[in-house]
Design a protein around this ligand. Structure first.
Ligand code: G6P
Length: 615
């Protein structure tokens, strides 16, 4: 959460920082700010609201300087208002700082600073940090880099920071612990950003700062990286970026979310490409293959994740247990990390995370690593923190996902988890050759079935959304593999339309939610032919007799359920195990269209952030 961008070079920094902040708005968008370094001092502007509000306010400043840093915020300490926005200035006006993360011991540092006569305008932990740096700089007469280093050694928490000093205007100092930071290296220019998207059109060479490292970036010199703890030099690991600019633009769609929904035939195919060789009956996955002993001897697989990624984990639990007969537990990373979990050396812990940066998931993995488990990452963002700390992993290849509500990353996760489950089942002999061949062929068809759903749903879901958009509640039901689909459908609706929605296993409805049913309650039921169809039909009858309205997601050719439903959406028939991939598509579209019709900000829903780098 929170995005940081910086530039130092020969061009005007302002447009680079503003455009970069727009690309990072998925990380937080309740306030924004920019500071440019001039020989006469800082040009600083910040505001509550979005980067576009910042642009409007920035007409008052000199936009020509070639050095600057900017910030887009997701509030942790202090409400989103102008004063709490970053950048924050030190009391003496010499140092300015942007920060992504949380300084946990800020209150004790603030107390100390107040005793020394410092004053504070904002409620933020960041203003405390910038003044703490001033304290070290003044008391020990240090340059910016050393003052930052000493201050950070006293700080408890998580951060990615960028700092400027107006008495050394050709330098940006950056540091990271727990929150990501990349440095783009151009010719006579450097970029910094929370991910590489702000500088992708300028350079393909980047350094991802490691946890506990800081860098001093000076014009005309090589980047110098040192450890924060003991000032040891760190060698430069320059990586070539694979991102391209088209992938992070809207490409003619009204919203990123819609673009990403429509990209799914491609993103699912890309996730399988080179891995599922259906004619040879082979699944190639180096991360699994190279570590197959760990997986096959595992007494247990533990999956940790948050949000939508957690729902993908729930589907994987059913699939891995079913295909490979290895016990699987799925847990919210935030719960797992704090409950003293039993982790054994022969456990395999899989973290699922689109961003690869979610603080709780990262911490859960670190805990599992400390206890000696084998840790495996399923991430979408190449080079992310989780990808770097895991023993092995597999990327989902969905491409950059910008819409805050996850869509294509979810179906890519389901795809890769299907491949893993099939591979393990085949390898340990629990899955018969016949079933394996049937399922791999079925999985290979999924992108084309997703494409068909997208074509068939055109216009239809929009019309259903119009009918139901004014309801304030909704219930989603599914059984077996589609119980997680119900959870995910409900989450999508909540996230972007702010309608209260609950997902339930259909049979559990009798144990509480049925009390909510009346003619005002829409119930979205997934009732596909191969998954407990008859049982779900009985549940639908129970709903019908309470006068609730039913929107059914059913297979083509269904007659029984559509006769009872008020509205229905068809999806093609496939293996039960892969229906969550197909069912996700109409549920994503339903949420999308309801949010659009309610006039909500689909790509940047209130209070949410795409990458939750604080716990
Ligand atoms: C946030 C996002 C969700 C996402 C969750 C986990 O809450 O808004 O869309 O599912 O974080 O993120 P991850 O990057 O770990 O999958």
């Amino acid at each position: 959460m929170c995005g940081i961008v910086g530039y130092i070079g020969r061009r005007e920094a302002y447009p680079i920082i503003i455009n970069g902040l727009k690309r990072l708005e998925y990380r937080g968008y309740d306030s924004a700010g920019i500071v440019l370094s001039t020989p006469k001092g800082f040009e600083l502007v910040k505001t509550k609201g979005k980067v576009s509000d910042l642009e409007e306010k920035s007409t008052s400043i000199d936009q020509t300087p070639t050095i600057g840093i900017g910030h887009t915020r997701w509030a942790t300490h202090g409400v989103p208002n102008d004063v709490n926005s970053h950048p924050h200035l030190s009391n003496n006006g010499r140092i300015v700082l942007v920060h992504n993360g949380i300084i946990e011991n800020y209150e004790s540092i603030k107390k100390l600073l107040i005793e020394k006569g410092y004053t504070f305008q904002s409620d933020t932990d960041t203003e405390v940090l910038v003044n703490f740096i001033q304290l070290f700089q003044e008391e020990q007469n240090l340059n910016l880099r050393d003052a930052v280093r000493l201050a950070l050694n006293e700080v408890v928490g998580a951060y990615a920071i960028a700092v400027l000093d107006n008495q050394d205007p050709d330098t940006i100092v950056v540091a990271r612990l727990g929150s990501p930071l990349a440095i783009g290296i151009g010719k006579d220019e450097f970029f910094i950003a929370s991910d590489a998207s702000p500088f992708i059109e300028f350079t393909k060479d980047a350094i991802y700062l490691e946890d506990g490292d800081m860098a001093s970036i000076r014009l005309g010199e090589e980047v110098a990286i040192h450890t924060i703890h003991n000032n040891e030099p760190v060698s430069l690991d320059i990586q070539e970026l694979q991102l391209n600019i088209e992938a992070i633009e809207k490409g003619g769609y009204e919203h990123f979310m819609l673009k990403e929904i429509y990209e799914q035939p491609r993103s699912i195919r890309d996730t399988m490409r080179g891995r599922l060789l259906v004619d040879e009956g082979i699944i190639k996955m180096a991360g699994i293959w190279d570590n197959q002993e760990r997986f096959l001897k595992a007494k247990r697989i533990i999956i940790v994740a948050c949000g939508t990624s957690y729902h993908a984990g729930l589907v994987a639990e059913y699939m891995i247990e079913d295909f490979a007969r290895i016990p699987v537990e799925v847990e919210y990373a935030s719960e797992f990390r704090y409950r003293n979990p039993i982790i054994k050396k022969n456990d395999v812990v899989i973290a699922i995370s689109q961003s690869g940066e979610t603080a709780d998931t990262l911490a859960a993995l670190k805990l599992a690593k400390e206890k000696g488990a084998f840790i495996f990452g399923i991430n979408n963002v190449v080079g992310s923190s989780i990808a770097r700390i895991t023993d092995a992993g597999a990327y989902t290849h969905a491409g950059p996902e910008i819409g805050v509500a996850s869509t294509k990353a979810f179906t890519a996760q389901l795809t890769i988890l299907s491949l893993i489950a099939l591979k393990l089942g085949k390898k340990n002999g629990e899955l018969s050759n016949e079933k394996y061949n049937l399922l791999t062929r079925e999985l290979d068809r999924i992108p084309e079935l997703v494409e068909k759903i997208l074509i068939d749903c055109e216009g239809k879901i929009e019309a259903i959304a119009e009918k139901y958009k004014d309801n304030r509640n909704a219930i989603y039901l599914g059984r077996g593999y589609n119980y997680p689909s119900a959870l995910e459908g409900a989450l999508k609706l909540k996230e972007i339309s702010y309608i209260h929605a609950e997902g339930y296993p259909a049979a559990e409805m009798k144990h509480g939610p049925i009390a909510l049913l009346d003619e005002n309650m829409p119930v979205i039921v997934i009732a596909t032919k191969r998954g407990y169809y008859e049982k779900v039909v009985s549940n639908i009858q129970e709903i019908k007799s309470r006068s609730a309205r039913i929107i059914a997601v059913v297979n083509e050719g269904d007659e029984q359920v559509i006769a009872m439903a008020d509205d229905h959406i068809f999806i093609p028939e496939t293996a039960e195990e892969f229906t969550p991939i197909l069912a996700a598509i109409p549920l994503q579209l339903l949420s999308y269209w309801i949010a659009v019709k309610l006039g909500k900000n689909v790509d940047q829903p209130r209070n949410l952030a795409k990458s939750v780098t604080v716990e």
